[in-house]
Design a binder for this molecule. Structure first.
Ligand code: FAD
Ligand code: GLY
Length: 667
């Protein structure tokens, strides 16, 4: 066991370090665990402190950004005083040229600050003549632009170094090269973290792992890649060098006082794909030369890339979590350098003084859960091998709270009130299909994209037969023999869901099945297709043989569930591989859905008692003598199995044990 501290911060990018410094200055004993300083987005950034140029719409996020920008001068002064290291903070102002004259609304009246209300930060519209006069060397087709004098910049690499030095100066325990592998919850608290360097404990924990956040907590933070490069500005006594940031459309040019010009940045939803690419660099250079043509001859100095920590609504996740002593600080997307001081301030207020501003509420993690279906604390944290949901006993011994939430299933941030998924195939007719699904209580229904698209027998009018305002469609790639086919069909599935009104549905049940006799899935093709689909932004639910290693690889590839089969599809043989399914359940950080093979409600309940998060059952309902009754029975069995899992079964004993104790018996 490593030394305990008051507060343990996981992640040492600018966000983790800024919080560490602030907490230390308020008297806390702080430890920071960081896997790899070099990999952080904080070193990859451009260091712009530019809520106005970044065009953040009016609202809580803009308020937060403007607040943080206003904290910068004093925050930097304190840091530089502490470390003696310059951070390159430069209130240089931003020029934002445009190629088309914008239509200005009356309220803006020539100034965009109309949208900010009374506390408008300053901005000035410059017409064609004014902007070319103000900034020499702009592209000829620039027709005007905004001047934002209050937007500023900092050299983010110098800032990160300075924060590290400050941490050292203040005696904060900073452990570089330590990876946190799991957060260990117990009774609504974190009781420790398991790391590559052993166990660590603290009174309070802060999770600030940037784009890698989802490795430890199942909240929707994903990497958004940015490629960026720097040029060396030639020293030319006749040409004044750039003295302000030029922020164009899809491009920015950031002059540094050390003679570099940063040219950034792409914004690519390609998962964890590393490296600079010819296409990325080409796009940046093309846009940069249009904006400021003279840079075309300047030497390229360095190219690099980083992963912005991004959430679906592009807002950070700040504040408390479902665990009493765990705070969250991530999802800073394009503005983590800008937001470092305010994040540190708000988190320290919350942790040390239990003080929270109303503004913080807008960034709480629970916005990703419907109020009525918020995942219970034990589920929220079900991310590592030994942190699967454990039974919660209420202080009054009731299981009411847990049982009422035991039906909540959360996949990719979306919650469902039933843990039973159903299908649409093999029913005698559409009406029986509709009624059986309704009787089962299922909220997720899988649809074979190929069969619907080709109007295969029994699938005509199928997709229109269900009410997709009440059910969530899970398009599947049944019938695909290769990864390439499955990727193509998944894309069609997304379009199909859109056409049926589910605009934001990016789910796909991935099936790659080359073998027609046993219909067993191809593990290699499935992994390959999953990697591609995750890159394309799909929430992938892969159907697999019950192979724990494959399940882990798929999870690492970004799949949102794993779906091991109980026995071959449509066989009704029940759960033939319970031992492997159990290992998958123990090891998975994503929901485990047992798919295929379940023939009876007792088998459904058994799979749930093992700890499966959900089931997918089609044939056993559709081929029953009375599908509606069987649908209902399967729904009840799923619920009973889940409740039994939460309740915890009695121990198995070798010998009989009388139900009525003999003590006190009158002889
Ligand atoms: P990071 O800096 O990514 O740090 C996270 C740290 O956590 C890493 O060191 C990692 O090793 C560690 N970690 C992860 N998992 C674990 C684990 N399990 N155990 C231990 N440690 C772990 N923002 C601006 O404000 N202005 C800009 O101009 C700007 N430009 C950008 C340009 C580009 C190209 C990019 C990619 C980003 C830019 N950003 C900008 C965004 C900004 O970089 C990020 O929002 C910010 O750096 C996030 O900081 P962080 O500390 O949360 O994450
Ligand atoms: N804020 C600039 C970027 O993220 O590229």
């Amino acid at each position: 066991m490593n030394a305990t501290s008051d507060i343990l911060i996981i992640g040492g990018g600018v966000i983790g370090l800024a919080i560490a410094v602030e907490l230390n200055l308020r008297g806390a004993k702080v430890t920071v665990l960081n896997r790899d300083f070099q990999q952080g987005s904080s070193l990859a950034a451009a260091g712009m402190l530019a809520p106005q140029a970044e065009a953040i719409p009016a609202g809580p996020m803009l308020d937060l950004c403007l607040w943080s920008r206003s904290l910068y001068p004093e925050w930097i002064r304190k840091l530089e005083q502490l470390t003696g290291v310059a951070t390159g903070y430069w209130p240089c102002g931003f020029l934002a040229p445009v190629y088309n004259t914008p239509q200005l609304s009356n309220s803006e009246n020539g100034h965009p600050e109309g949208k900010y209300g009374n506390n408008a930060p300053s901005a000035l519209w410059l017409d064609r003549d004014a902007i070319h006069l103000y900034q020499l060397g702009l592209g000829k087709d620039v027709v005007g632009g905004w001047w934002y004098p209050e937007d500023a910049q900092v050299d983010n690499r110098a800032l990160a170094q300075s924060l590290r030095l400050a941490v050292q100066e203040l005696g904060i325990d900073f452990r570089e090269g330590v990876e946190v592998e799991a957060i260990e919850p117990q009774g609504g608290f974190v009781c420790g973290v398991r790391t590559s360097a052993g166990e660590f404990q603290a009174d309070h924990y802060v999770l600030a792992t940037g784009a890698w956040f989802r490795d430890l907590l199942p909240l929707p933070v994903h990497p958004l890649k940015g490629q960026i490069l720097s040029l060396k500005v030639p020293i030319d006594n006749h040409q004044p060098s750039l003295q302000r940031v030029i922020y164009g459309s899809g491009i920015y040019l950031v002059p540094r006082r050390d003679g570099r010009l940063l040219v950034g940045a792409t914004s690519e939803n390609v998962g964890w794909t590393p490296h600079n690419t010819p296409a990325g660099i080409h796009t940046l250079l093309e846009r940069a030369m249009r904006l400021y043509p003279q840079l075309q001859d300047w030497p390229i100095q360095e190219c690099w890339w980083g992963f912005r920590p991004t959430t679906p609504d592009k807002l950070p996740i700040l504040g408390s979590s479902s665990l009493e002593n765990l705070s969250l600080a991530t999802g800073h997307h394009r503005n983590g350098i800008l937001l470092a001081p305010v994040t540190a301030l708000l988190l320290a207020d919350l942790i040390v003084q239990q003080k929270s501003t109303p503004l913080l509420a807008h960034f709480h993690y629970d916005r990703f859960f419907h109020k009525s279906s918020r995942a219970p604390a034990t589920q929220m944290i079900s991310v590592s091998s030994n942190s699967r949901p454990t039974p919660v006993v209420q202080s009054d011994n009731s299981v009411l709270t847990e049982s009422s939430t035991s039906q909540q299933l959360t996949i990719a941030g979306r919650s469902f009130s039933s843990r039973l998924m159903t299908g649409t195939g093999k029913y005698p007719n559409l009406e029986l299909m509709q009624q059986s699904i309704a009787a089962s209580g299922s909220k997720i229904v899988t649809v074979a994209v190929r069969r619907v698209q080709t109007k295969a027998p029994g699938h005509e009018g199928l997709s229109e037969a269900l009410d997709w305002t009440k059910l969530w469609m899970l398009p599947n790639t049944a019938g695909c023999k290769t990864a390439e086919e499955a990727v193509r069909v998944a894309r069609l599935g997304r379009e199909m869901a859109k056409l049926l009104g589910q605009e934001d549905n990016n789910f796909v049940k991935l099936e790659v099945i080359p073998d027609p006799k046993y219909l067993l899935p191809d593990p290699i093709g499935t992994l390959k297709a999953a990697e591609q689909l995750v890159k394309e932004g799909f929430a992938v639910l892969p159907y697999i043989n019950a192979d724990p290693l494959l399940a882990k690889h798929l999870e690492e590839a970004g799949c949102v569930t794993v779906m091991p089969l109980g026995s071959p599809i449509g066989s009704g043989q029940g759960i033939k591989n319970a031992a492997n399914i159990q290992i998958i359940i123990e090891e998975a950080g994503v929901p485990v859905v047992v798919d295929a093979g379940i023939g009876t409600p007792s088998e459904a309940a058994y799979a749930m008692e093992l700890g499966a998060d959900a089931l997918l059952i089609n044939s056993a309902i559709a081929l029953a003598h009375n599908p509606i009754a069987m649908g209902k029975a399967m729904g009840m069995a799923t619920e009973a199995g889940r409740l039994a899992y939460i309740a915890g079964r009695m121990p198995v004993k070798s010998y009989a044990s009388a139900s009525s104790p003999l003590t006190g018996t009158i002889i």
